[in-house]
Write a protein that binds this ligand. Structure first.
Ligand code: DC
Length: 228
């Protein structure tokens, strides 16, 4: 094991693949800390939108990425996100913030700053990190790597249900188009495109329940832990 006390579990995959739910539940079961790296890009995007900063103004974006204080915490079993001390947990997961997060995540300098923050947080181990580049870049030496996938239709339906439950007014067809666009951007961007790490376990979760996916992941970790 690399120089850490506990392992790192990396969960990557495209938008709506169930990474967040599965990563959170896996962390809870193992008593690990859950880090949603997409939320970190969203937190930065939220700040830029709030301050009316043009997403073309790369210099200012990089400056803000360096100075912004992004904190994650847990409260009553839910994850809380703070930007410069302000609780933004209910503001990050809107389509507008997601779209801006996707745009700024293409910038190499922004990625370098975020990767550094993520490594700094997780270096001691005992973390489940989810995102797009955890197993390939952030912790390419993670002990456990999973790549979660599902069909576009299923991912759009999952997002639809999630947003509906939050009381948002959403359209399934539009969500489907947004997911396709996000896939195109995430898979084809120049810096750290979304891709499965060679040593990650690929899981097509189409038609699987959350419990089934969780059971497979925990089962795999238990089996491998015995071999370590
Ligand atoms: O997982 P998410 O949809 O909340 O992520 C928002 C955007 O952030 C996504 O379009 C791509 C980007 N992202 C990234 O580039 N690298 C990560 N590790 C996590 C997210």
């Amino acid at each position: 094991m690399p120089n850490r006390n506990k392992p790192i579990i990396a969960i990557d995959g495209p938008a709506g693949s169930g990474k967040s739910t599965i990563a959170r539940l896996t962390a809870d079961r193992l008593g690990f800390i859950y880090i949603n790296t997409g939320a970190m890009y969203r937190a930065l995007a939220w700040k830029l939108l709030k301050e009316n900063i043009s997403l073309n103004d790369k210099n200012r974006i990089v400056m803000i990425a360096r100075s912004v204080d992004i904190q994650l915490g847990r409260e009553n079993k839910s994850t809380k996100y703070f930007v410069d001390g302000v609780d933004v947990s209910r503001k990050l997961f809107t389509p507008a913030v997601g779209k801006s997060a996707s745009l700024i995540s293409k910038m190499r300098e922004v990625r370098e700053i975020m990767v550094e923050k993520q490594r700094h947080t997780g270096f001691k181990g005992g973390f489940v990190l989810e995102g797009r580049d955890i197993g390939t870049v952030v912790f390419s030496d993670a002990e456990y790597k999973f790549f979660l996938d599902a069909s576009v239709d299923e991912r759009a339906c999952r997002r639809y249900k999630e947003l509906k439950e939050k009381g948002e007014n959403v359209n399934l067809g539009k969500l489907c188009e947004e997911i396709k666009l996000r896939d195109r951007e995430d898979f084809t961007r120049e810096h750290s495109p979304l891709k499965k790490a060679d040593d990650a376990i690929y899981m097509d979760t189409t038609g699987m329940s959350i419990n089934e996916v969780l059971k497979m992941i925990l089962g795999y970790i238990k089996t491998k832990a015995r071999d370590l």
